[in-house]
Design a protein around this ligand. Structure first.
Ligand SMILES: [Zn+2]
Length: 305
């Protein structure tokens, strides 16, 4: 039996210079790398193609460009992935207690962060090299199925465990904090870019989770597991807005404070935003003044104010 090619290398058919043409060094920029296994099952391969990944990236460039942020494609790599890692659970089960009832989901996640499953760790380690700058790069990793488990509350004392297959999953700071090895903390899995009429925005939406560090929320919609509505980038509908100010839940301000963003001066030196100070959860000190006090918001709502 011949040994498959295990080394991950740049796909020579992807012209990074053409995709990155016109970037302005003085504008805040985030680097994105894409990974595409060369041995995916034929029955899956149409769900994520290199063309769909690239068109999703170009759509994301426009979405973030409208909010004053550039995306640079710094690598498009292919290589062999152990087929036992084509389908994975996103997180290990140890953390699976229903989210805290007596505080909001972001504060609850900080108490009990999600942790990568062993298979997720192994898949990401195959593709993402531990090199300088890896920890401030967004890594779009193609897999065949990534399952996510969560609890849905049915009544006061009953929760139902749900397992859903994701089309994209962002492993965001607000869920994982600093439990992901640092060089791969920018990981996002992409598993299906064909499943809905809004799949063109999946790449942008997942990068949004990572760079805005928020769940599914928009203006007066508070964060939830799944929201099917049009409006902002962070809901599942057609919207792409990254709104500013308190009425926009500070999405644009949070984006511009992301540690993944840098500017480049005239001699080519990069200056990155400050790194997370307390694990990178929703209420990390880097977001002082641009986080919503959800417990206060809920209390005001319950009082009818
Ligand atoms: Zn989402």
């Amino acid at each position: 039996m011949s040994t498959p090619e295990r080394t991950w290398a740049a796909d020579p058919s992807v012209d990074l210079d053409a995709i990155n043409a016109g970037l302005d060094p003085s504008l805040p920029t985030a680097d994105v790398a894409v990974y595409y296994p060369s041995n995916l099952d034929p029955a899956h391969s149409a769900k994520v193609t290199p063309e769909l990944l690239l068109s999703g990236f170009v759509a994301a460039k426009d979405v973030f460009g409208a909010a004053g942020v550039q995306l640079a494609l710094v690598a498009f790599k292919t290589g062999w992935l152990d087929p036992r890692l084509f389908e994975i659970n996103s997180a290990e089960n140890r953390a699976d207690v229903p989210s805290a009832r007596f505080t909001n989901m972001y504060a609850g996640a900080e108490r009990r962060p999600a942790r990568l499953s062993a298979d997720a760790m192994a898949a990401f380690e195959t593709m993402i090299d531990d090199v300088p700058g890896a920890d401030v790069t967004v890594h779009l990793v193609t897999l065949q199925d990534v399952f996510m488990e969560f609890f849905e509350q049915l009544d006061y004392r009953t929760w139902q465990r749900k397992t859903i297959s994701t089309g994209g999953l962002s492993f965001p700071g607000y869920m994982h904090g600093d439990t992901i090895p640092r060089h791969m903390r920018g990981v996002i899995t992409i598993t299906d870019l064909t499943k809905s009429p809004t799949s063109w925005k999946t790449v942008a939406h997942e990068i949004g989770h990572k760079l805005l560090n928020v769940s599914h929320e928009y203006r007066d919609v508070s964060p939830q597991h799944e929201v099917n509505a049009d409006g902002g980038l962070m809901l599942y509908g057609e919207g792409t807005e990254i709104p500013a100010g308190p009425e926009g839940r500070y999405h644009r301000e949070r984006l511009h404070r992301s540690p993944y963003l840098y500017t480049t001066d005239a001699d080519g030196t990069r200056t990155y935003n400050a790194d997370y100070q307390r694990g990178g959860f929703y209420y990390d000190p880097i977001y002082d003044g641009v986080s919503v006090d959800l417990d206060a918001e809920k209390a005001a709502h319950d009082k009818g104010t």
